[in-house]
Design a binder for this molecule. Structure first.
Ligand SMILES: Nc1ncnc2c1ncn2[C@@H]1O[C@H](COP(=O)(O)OP(=O)(O)O)[C@@H](O)[C@H]1O
Ligand SMILES: [Mg+2]
Length: 175
């Protein structure tokens, strides 16, 4: 994840799979197969790796939660990265859970909207905030297999947001 957010070079593909399998034990325990189909060469995007990783982990966690009720077919999470148009990349995450009612697709991004007994309903709101702060978009839809499908699009060659000057870098002797 680290690197496919950063630069989609072929040697990074293994690392992406590693990131996806960070919650590997939980995937294993829940009998879920994770599949990644990653574009071999993706353009560079600028962004905060930690935050973008958090987005993916949140989406993966939601898929794990959702597929708890999947008993009649394999539990699969698929991650696909691709170019989308000339100046953006797409990250698609699809699962074989029960999917999301079309009427609820918009509201799930609102804070405190949850269908889980112990859910906080903040994950998707946070995910969307992070992606939008990166100049991108996060949307939900129904997947081909009736599960949920989340799509992140991020612009390439985005301007890097200004980083505040660390206090240690302050000019000295200016007074
Ligand atoms: N992959 C998914 N499949 C089905 N429903 C989902 C999926 N991801 C999210 N949802 C729905 O969106 C709601 C909000 O998700 P989220 O903001 O992450 O909060 P939480 O996980 O705490 O419930 C979930 O409670 C669930 O109803
Ligand atoms: Mg969540």
């Amino acid at each position: 994840m680290d690197n496919f957010c950063h630069r989609g070079l072929p040697q990074d593909r293994g690392q992406v799979s590693n990131r996806l399998s960070r919650p590997a034990k939980e995937l294993d325990d829940s009998n879920i197969t994770a599949r990644a189909k990653l574009a071999s060469e993706l353009p560079v995007i600028a962004g905060n790796k930690g935050q973008l990783r958090e987005v993916i982990l949140n989406l993966v966690q939601n898929s794990i939660d959702a597929m708890a009720v999947t008993t009649n077919r394999p539990r699969v999470i698929s991650l696909v990265t691709a170019r989308s148009g000339s100046d953006s990349i797409a990250v698609l995450l699809e699962d074989t859970g029960p999917g999301i009612n079309p009427q609820k697709l918009a509201s799930i991004f609102e804070p405190f909207v949850t269908t889980k007994a112990k859910g906080r309903g903040l994950g998707l709101a946070l995910c969307r905030m992070i992606v939008e702060q990166h100049g991108g978009k996060l949307s939900a839809a129904s997947g081909a297999d009736g599960g949920a499908r989340f799509e992140i699009t991020l612009q390439t060659r985005m301007a890097v947001p200004a980083v505040p000057v660390a206090s240690g870098d302050k000019a000295v002797g200016s007074g």
